[in-house]
Design a protein around this ligand. Structure first.
Ligand SMILES: [Zn+2]
Length: 281
């Protein structure tokens, strides 16, 4: 006699066992390979509860994590990317932009504005990696330069959370010019004695790393974030050598004096508000 009741497994047409768990309920951590309940990761601010791997989060999630509830006011939302070069690779640049706008309701690779962090006002920028890899085109550069100008006018600091693949190739030289434009704006901010805190999240690369992101009075990074100009694969293929473990990760950069601190996501808001208080003019 069977004393364990066995449930018959259901199979789909391909002969595979049908899961009764809804899709997306579980997530595999790329660092520790553990399969974890998605809700558990979400409750933990999208950080793996087993090994502290920081999953990427989008601009809105980042904003909710950092800004005091109900205090964020977006600026320059009306600025939309143009196609100055009439660029086409396998797809037209215009079509890529249209798709992002119509299907995903996304207009730019950065959201900027003003908000309070633990009751302290600051001009803020949040990169959206899912918009063309968070690449810096002319609108991104214009938005950054504009909030920096606004910060000078209001005499407050600037905090930018980067997550970017670098300059936007589809805009060619117009994109590269944003490196100089954002850096020049920050130089004015510095002359006014106002702070810029740069927060580097995974990944921060290319023209963003080579311009404003590395100009912070304090440069903060999330654990294990990839921070570089050219990525490790490009370097390995160029120099034909194997790179050291952890090369271009936040911990490696801290050890080599490129950044000032690594902060766990659950301490990020508190740390930034303390830094803003410390650096107030
Ligand atoms: Zn993990």
């Amino acid at each position: 006699m069977f004393w364990i009741k066995r449930e018959r497994r259901k199979f789909n047409s391909a002969g595979k066992a049908k899961s009764t768990i809804p899709e997306g309920s579980w997530k595999k951590c790329p660092t520790c390979n553990q399969i974890i309940f998605s809700e558990e990761i979400q409750r933990n601010l999208m950080v793996c509860p087993k090994c502290e791997h920081h999953f990427r989060i989008n601009a809105t999630e980042r904003m909710e994590l950092i800004v005091d509830e109900g205090t964020f006011v977006e600026s320059y939302a009306e600025l939309e990317t143009d196609d100055p070069l009439n660029f086409k690779d396998i797809k037209k640049y215009k079509d890529r932009l249209k798709k992002l706008k119509e299907e995903k309701n996304k207009y730019s690779a950065i959201i900027v504005g003003e908000g309070k962090i633990n009751n302290r006002r600051a001009k803020l920028g949040f990169f959206e990696f899912s918009f063309m890899g968070g690449s810096m085109g002319s609108v991104v550069g214009e938005k950054i330069a504009s909030i920096v100008e606004d910060a000078i006018e209001d005499s407050i600091g600037v905090v930018i959370f980067s997550s970017s693949g670098g300059a936007r190739m589809q805009e060619g030289i117009f994109s590269l010019m944003q490196m100089a434009k954002t850096s020049a704006a920050l130089s004015k901010l510095k002359k006014c004695g106002l702070p810029f805190i740069s927060v580097l999240t995974d990944p921060t690369t290319g023209g963003v790393t080579a311009s404003f992101a590395m100009l912070g009075d304090i440069i903060v990074a999330e654990p294990c974030a990839l921070i570089c100009f050219a990525g490790p694969r490009v370097i390995e293929q160029t120099i034909r050598q194997t790179l050291p473990d952890g090369f271009q990760r936040a911990e490696y950069l801290l050890e080599h004096g490129m950044i000032d601190m690594i902060v766990h996501r659950n301490k990020l808001k508190e740390t930034i508000s303390k830094l803003l208080n410390m650096l107030k003019n």
